[in-house]
Design a binder for this molecule. Structure first.
Ligand SMILES: [Zn+2]
Length: 384
């Protein structure tokens, strides 16, 4: 990773470059910053820069043998330690998951979040730690001379997940590491890091991205329309990873919107053929997405109801959704909002209990027709 590929963090980049220029690279540093701020990107770019054989004043060359290996995260003197847990026959140890780790980082441009990583591994949140075997492995790895680089680099990601009982093993090597060794600890929560570790590392704080930087970073990877981008930025507080999640959710919701509005029209007309068509669409969704779709539906219905009292959050919806909410609000009133909510919430719990999706969908559809009939007047009709 080159420094110029990292969006924002200009102050941090300048400070890191200065340490190399002035030969003041501290042997143990703690990169502390919120999720999605780019701290792992900076750590990798920094390590690559230190070992680049043809670096300029401001960046690595990107093409020397060291850079080529860094680009694939396979340099023999670049080591990673991160939270893991046992899966199947694989014991919990970073070394055993290094292939997956590389795959994960390369797919995400070196942006990593603890939740996404453990989901990727398929393990439980509370099980994923940096354990005593990892600590032994760190000591063993660093006892060998480096293969080819000037600096051997050990990046410990999510240092707050270091199992407290095994941390003392690391204190000596953090304090007096072998020559030309660089420890970069990466963490989000300073309060969860042992004070004995904190006192042995130089603290390097990394700020969250500002909104403009976040927008630029997203644009590099997602060719989305400016309105969607702005919405994701507004909802993410400078967190690149949260903004990515937001974009994916907005994408899902656009699909849900089409299905939901069509479904409501079919229910209004009691059009069984169309209800069957949408039932098939619903059944094809995963259980998680069926739930998300129903929750999306409840939220839209809630907005339809609240608009009568001037208290809806309709401005948060996109234009098409706003038009639908205004029109459909004629069918969502104090007389039926309770019944709507109950039907949708019950459906969510039935999905959780693995109910048959087809039966469930038809059952809710019939109820919706009844609820609409309760308030329908000759003037009101379902329009987009
Ligand atoms: Zn290079």
């Amino acid at each position: 990773m080159l420094f110029k590929e990292i969006v924002g963090n200009e102050v941090a980049k300048t400070r890191l470059l200065k340490t190399v220029r002035e030969s003041r690279v501290s042997h143990a540093q703690l990169f502390l910053g919120p999720e999605g701020s780019g701290k792992l990107q900076l750590a990798i770019a920094y390590a690559q820069y230190i070992n680049c054989t043809n670096r300029t004043e401001t960046d690595s060359c990107g093409v020397c043998p060291s850079c080529v290996k860094y680009n694939k995260l396979i340099h023999p003197d670049l080591h990673f330690v991160f939270p893991s847990a046992a899966t199947g026959d694989t014991k919990a140890l970073s070394k055993n998951y290094i292939q997956k780790w590389r795959e994960y980082l390369l797919a995400n441009k070196y942006h990593a979040s603890f939740n996404d990583w453990i989901n990727f591994l398929g393990v439980e949140r509370k099980q994923a730690i940096i354990n005593k075997d990892d600590c032994n492995e760190i000591i063993r790895t660093l006892s060998y001379k480096q293969y080819e680089a000037e600096y051997k680099v050990m990046i410990i990601w999510m240092a707050e997940k270091l199992f407290h009982a095994s941390a003392p093993k690391l204190l000596k090597i953090l304090e007096e590491p072998p020559e030309k060794t660089l420890f970069i600890l990466i963490a989000e929560d300073q309060d969860q890091i042992l004070s004995t570790i904190l006192s042995r590392a130089q603290l390097f704080k990394i700020d969250k991205l500002n909104d403009d930087e976040l927008a630029i970073a997203l644009q590099q990877h997602y060719p989305v329309d400016p309105k969607m981008l702005r919405r994701a930025v507004n909802m993410s507080d400078g967190n690149y990873i949260a903004a990515e999640r937001c974009l994916n959710q907005i994408e899902d919701e656009r699909q849900y919107f089409g299905l939901f509005t069509n479904w409501m029209r079919a229910c209004y007309l009691n059009n069984i053929v169309k209800i069957n068509t949408y039932m098939n669409e619903f059944s094809k969704l995963s259980r998680e997405n069926q739930k998300a779709f129903l929750v999306y539906g409840i939220n839209i219905l809630r907005q339809c109801f609240l608009i009568h009292f001037g208290s809806s959050n309709i401005h948060r919806l996109d234009e098409e959704e706003q038009v639908f909410v205004r029109n459909f609000s004629a069918f969502v009133t104090p007389n039926n909002i309770g019944a709507f909510s109950k039907a949708f919430n019950d459906a969510v719990s039935h999905v959780e209990r693995n109910a048959n999706a087809n039966i469930l969908f038809v059952d809710v559809s019939l109820k919706i027709h009844q609820f609409i009939k309760l308030v329908a007047t000759p003037q009101a009709s379902v329009k987009k």
